[in-house]
Write a protein that binds this ligand. Structure first.
Ligand code: ATP
Ligand code: MG
Ligand code: MG
Ligand code: MG
Length: 439
């Protein structure tokens, strides 16, 4: 992409309405624009990162054997009356009437709709286990939408639903989700710690929230500092292997880590004092096992091996795809701007031409652009006729991992300058070496 053709409306001043750094930086970097309270347009740069995050979620879900699909955002109230949640959900639900005066709603989650799909098409235990998921816009009429995309009213969420014959199988699905989520967040450069949580209006007994530690987080959390030493890394996972998924689940959930809803002072006090931590966290996902809550209410049964009908065991599992942009920036920025982790960066490297219009500098930039592209990378070339200082400030603000600076003086010696956004370190090298380092 060439900056001269890009739509990147960066702001020079800090917007007054942004109370936290990720919101401020997303506005300043031209990623989003508010259209009304808690509802945003995603401008090209923001949309690009949103897609990168979405792609990682899709890849990891499909590795775990879960099937992507798509359900509508506007749903009939009837199914929600069947489960009893039409009344229970309260003011967070956006209720709509169509021209025939029928009650509709904008989906805040989709347990009812997926259960209806399931019961319409699956009738035998032989079709289980089954896990379906979607990445779709949700709407919750939050009392206090704030912090930009972190607490929007319209937000993008991955929601997945497992259907199993037995509790044991459903708990395997739970573990499978936990494992796949660990890998998903790590690929985004995030440490998201599974913590025991409360199930809220979804219902059920077993649930973990995934929290990114950050001072601006809305949850209060209590944990054993040893949990922050755990990393998932490059493990080979067989998602059908119940014992393997169970042991990873135990590895990551046995040490004390809870949100304030389930915090127990007496148990916490058994953690050695020097390892006890109280902090704030951002909820970036949650997994639930809720047994037959919906299948009983909505009569979702299959014929078991003995011919008798059994209500299926279910769980649901969410990732806050749009909230993740905010969480990643909260975890990775400095006073100049965003520092994108490699896994989600909108472009891999920025090319800064110090003397636009200089024949040699222009040609060297074009060549770099070509070579980076040929290497399968996406460069963002600042080809505008602007001061170098302004170009550097924009690159620092938008936070690409690498900047390649090209100018007539360096080119005389056959070199360009490669700068790491994270460390700020600059090294002179040939253009070919720079391409090889960015790869
Ligand atoms: P919160 O406690 O922050 O209100 P929740 O527990 O109500 O979130 P879930 O029903 O667990 O949310 O939804 C799954 C995920 O969707 C959450 O873990 C979170 O990352 C994301 N999410 C929920 N509400 C919002 C929102 N208003 N804006 C952006 N993301 C959200
Ligand atoms: Mg909520
Ligand atoms: Mg919550
Ligand atoms: Mg939750």
């Amino acid at each position: 992409m060439r900056m001269s053709r890009y739509f990147l409306p960066v702001l020079k001043e800090d917007p007054a309405e942004a109370a936290i750094v990720s919101h401020r930086l997303m506005l300043r970097a031209g990623m989003i624009k508010q259209s009304s309270a808690g509802i945003y347009s995603w401008l090209p740069m923001g949309f690009k990162v949103l897609r990168k995050i979405e792609d990682i979620v899709h890849e990891e879900q499909q590795k775990a054997g879960h099937m992507p699909m798509l359900m509508p955002t506007i749903q009939s109230a009837d199914l929600w009356r069947e489960s009893g949640r039409y009344d229970d959900y309260g003011e967070e639900m956006l209720r709509i009437k169509d021209r025939h005066d029928r009650d509709m709603l904008f989906t805040p989650t989709a347990e009812e709709l997926i259960t209806d799909i399931f019961r319409s098409h699956v009738s035998s235990y032989k079709d289980l286990p089954l896990t379906l998921y979607q990445i779709q816009w949700k709407f919750r009429d939050e009392r206090r939408p704030r912090f930009g995309v972190m607490r929007g009213r319209e937000f993008y969420m991955k929601d997945g639903y497992n259907f199993d014959l037995t509790k044991e199988d459903a708990l395997h699905a739970y573990n499978r989700h936990l494992v796949s989520y660990l890998r998903t967040y790590e690929r985004m450069g995030l440490q998201a710690i599974p913590m025991r949580a409360d199930s809220g209006p979804i219902g059920g007994d077993d649930t973990h929230e995934f929290l990114v530690l950050a001072d601006t987080g809305e949850s209060e959390v209590f944990y054993d500092s040893a949990v922050t030493d755990l990393t998932f890394g490059d493990r080979e996972i067989d998602f059908d292997d119940k014992a393997q998924c169970q042991s990873i689940m135990e590895e990551f959930t046995t040490k004390y880590a809870r949100t304030d809803e389930t915090h127990d002072e007496a148990v916490f006090n058994e953690v050695p004092e020097e390892r006890r931590r109280t902090a704030r966290g951002i909820e970036v996902g949650q997994i639930f096992y809720f047994g037959t809550k919906y299948s009983d209410a909505m009569n979702a049964k299959v014929q078991g091996p003995d011919g008798k009908p059994v209500a299926v065991h279910m769980g649901s599992h969410g990732i806050g795809v749009s909230r993740l942009l905010g969480a990643i920036i909260e975890a990775s920025h400095d006073d100049k701007g965003i520092i994108w982790p490699e896994g989600v960066t909108p472009y891999h490297a920025g090319i800064v031409n110090l003397k636009q219009g200089d024949e040699e500098a222009d040609a060297a930039c074009e060549q770099l652009y070509k070579e980076l592209t040929a290497a399968g990378l996406e460069p963002l070339y600042d080809d505008r006729k602007e001061r170098a200082g302004g170009k550097f400030a924009t690159m620092d603000l938008i936070g690409l991992p690498w900047r390649i600076t090209v100018g007539p003086r360096g080119l005389k010696n056959g070199v360009v300058e490669l700068t790491s956004r994270k460390t700020g370190e600059s090294t002179e090298m040939t253009p070919a070496e720079a391409v090889a380092r960015v790869k």
